[in-house]
Design a protein around this ligand. Structure first.
Ligand SMILES: *[C@@H]1O[C@H](CO)[C@@H](O)[C@H](O)[C@H]1NC(C)=O
Ligand SMILES: *[C@@H]1O[C@H](CO)[C@@H](O)[C@H](O)[C@H]1NC(C)=O
Ligand SMILES: *[C@@H]1O[C@H](CO)[C@@H](O)[C@H](O)[C@H]1NC(C)=O
Ligand SMILES: *[C@@H]1O[C@H](CO)[C@@H](O)[C@H](O)[C@H]1NC(C)=O
Ligand SMILES: *[C@@H]1O[C@H](CO)[C@@H](O)[C@H](O)[C@H]1NC(C)=O
Ligand SMILES: *[C@@H]1O[C@H](CO)[C@@H](O)[C@H](O)[C@H]1NC(C)=O
Ligand SMILES: *[C@@H]1O[C@H](CO)[C@@H](O)[C@H](O)[C@H]1NC(C)=O
Ligand SMILES: *[C@@H]1O[C@H](CO)[C@@H](O)[C@H](O)[C@H]1NC(C)=O
Ligand SMILES: *[C@@H]1O[C@H](CO)[C@@H](O)[C@H](O)[C@H]1NC(C)=O
Ligand SMILES: *[C@@H]1O[C@H](CO)[C@@H](O)[C@H](O)[C@H]1NC(C)=O
Length: 409
């Protein structure tokens, strides 16, 4: 009875207020981009957009000013591997010259449906491995070779992306850009290369200038950070993830640009398993710089209230890492310590096995200026190379439940 009432109510609402837009089948190879953009324009307010076919997309999806929109993605969106076209025509974002195939923007947006967003990354990864010099410092960002991000949630608030598959992202899979209250749930990410070229920079998520972000119940198979908290990511919760082959769950890198302030605060990561990863729980901040125009260190800011709890590593090279001299020569970092203050970092029940790639080292906490209130309890990680080694520098070791040794100089 209840269900019938709810159904009737939904029907009435649909008839009364909600516009519906369905994007029709396009013959294989013809560009569905303009039709998709038109559907979003038509149904931009109180609308529902249904994408239930296989769509080839060869032009920018720029779907903005949405308000109260439901996107049902049942089919698949396949971005063409057309380097010459996308490199100048993908949408350029303000951070690290990142660009995107799809800029999704507005408020109260929900996307769901079990469909797929396919970035056709293989062609891009193969090209990068042969023309890397063209890539720009972010790894993929000149007007002749820009590897787009399949989905950017930008300038948005109250967005939910649920039950969507991402395949073959040329660059980061998801970018949360200048947005708040964004939730990702039941996402499957598969960025795996079938050639000798790595699936470079295929981060699961990057978060920038955004707050109140939740990432949960997802499975990620990729070749760079599983989740990365870039400058000004605050109030973020990451939980119930399984990440395979990644570079870890990473805060940063922060402090890259002199004159800029980067803040990452209130991040909780719990019930996450990382397998076959380069890093586990990681915080990276550049050292200082004498150059006021530096783009490789010298920024200021902070990383605070970061908790990793019920965090499991399996075959991970560096399970716990803090590096406050990231990409900074040791002598420069000694003279110009990092301007990123690191405080209130908590490791609670980090367990599992390291790969042994870094000998017996399983913890490597190297601060350049002091890191304060860094605590660890319930740490239980074994190394395949005998008794584990814990390296610590410029941190209060009394609050860590392992015995530290100093880094070799
Ligand atoms: C962005 O692109 C410009 C022009 O191609 C280049 O000079 C700059 O170094 C790039 N910046 C980054 C962060 O890649
Ligand atoms: C996003 O917001 C920024 C800052 O408010 C603004 O400069 C930019 O034009 C916006 N971009 C889009 C595509 O809405
Ligand atoms: C932890 O996350 C996994 C998914 O990776 C899930 O299956 C499991 O139920 C979660 N455990 C708890 C205690 O929530
Ligand atoms: C997990 O990653 C490893 C190497 O990084 C890879 O060999 C393996 O196939 C991946 N597992 C799955 C289920 O994709
Ligand atoms: C981060 O936020 C701080 C404080 O609001 C601001 O001063 C700074 O410019 C922001 N940094 C970036 C990279 O947006
Ligand atoms: C972190 O969370 C606390 C408690 O909710 C809040 O007071 C503070 O403003 C948050 N910090 C940032 C930078 O958002
Ligand atoms: C730390 O961050 C969490 C959210 O990740 C928040 O619930 C908590 O209130 C914050 N604690 C402080 C002391 O700000
Ligand atoms: C930094 O950049 C500014 C503006 O481009 C320039 O005037 C100044 O000379 C530069 N300073 C150094 C030390 O390179
Ligand atoms: C350490 O961090 C915890 C949680 O973020 C906070 O409650 C506590 O007050 C901090 N302790 C000190 C000495 O700053
Ligand atoms: C640390 O070293 C002390 C003294 O050698 C030893 O008693 C203690 O059991 C060690 N703690 C751990 C967690 O290994």
């Amino acid at each position: 009875m209840m269900r019938v009432v709810v159904l009737l109510l939904a029907l009435v609402l649909t008839v009364a207020g909600e516009k519906e837009c369905h994007v029709a089948h396009h013959s294989r190879g013809s560009d569905a981009g303009p039709a998709i953009n038109a559907a979003f324009r038509k149904c931009a307010r109180n609308g529902k957009i249904t994408l239930d076919k296989f769509y080839t997309v060869n032009s920018l999806l720029f779907t903005t000013d949405l308000s109260n929109v439901e996107i049902e993605l049942i089919g698949s969106i396949n971005f063409t591997p057309n380097i010459a076209k996308w490199s100048p025509e993908s949408y350029f974002l303000e951070y690290q010259n990142a660009t995107t195939f799809w800029f999704l923007s507005g408020s109260h947006i929900c996307m769901h449906g079990g469909g797929t967003i396919n970035g056709n990354g293989q062609v891009w990864w193969d090209a990068l491995s042969t023309n890397g010099q063209d890539a720009g410092t972010a790894g993929g960002s000149s007007r002749t070779f820009a590897r787009p991000i399949p989905l950017t949630v930008g300038n948005s608030s109250h967005v939910e992306i649920e039950d969507i598959n991402f395949v073959g992202s040329p660059f980061w899979n998801n970018f949360v850009y200048q947005s708040d209250h964004v939730t990702y749930k039941k996402i499957i990410i598969d960025s795996v290369s079938y050639s000798s070229a790595p699936a470079a920079n295929s981060d699961g998520w990057d978060i920038y200038r955004s707050s109140d972000v939740v990432i949960t119940e997802s499975w990620i198979n990729n070749d760079d950070d599983c989740v990365s908290f870039k400058p000004n990511s605050t109030n973020v919760e990451v939980s119930h993830l399984f990440c395979n082959g990644s570079h870890g769950i990473s805060v940063g890198s922060l402090g890259q640009y002199a004159g800029e302030t980067d803040i990452v605060a209130n991040v909780t990561v719990f019930n996450v398993t990382l397998e076959n990863a380069q890093n586990g729980a990681r915080i990276k901040a550049f050292g200082g710089s004498p150059d006021p125009n530096s783009t490789a260190g010298g920024g200021t800011g902070s990383a605070s209230n970061i908790t990793f709890r019920d965090f499991k590593v399996i075959n991970v090279d560096n399970p716990i890492v803090i590096n406050q001299c990231y990409s900074t020569p040791a002598d420069v970092c000694a003279q110009f310590p990092s301007g990123i203050i690191i405080s209130d970092v908590h490791y609670i029940d980090v367990t599992g096995t390291s790969s042994g790639a870094d000998g017996s080292v399983i913890v490597d906490i190297e601060c350049s200026s002091q890191c304060s209130n860094v605590t660890a309890y319930g740490t239980d990680i074994t190394s395949p190379n005998g008794p584990a080694t814990f390296i610590c520098q410029d941190v209060d070791t009394a609050q860590l439940d392992f015995n530290c040794t100093s880094p070799k100089s």
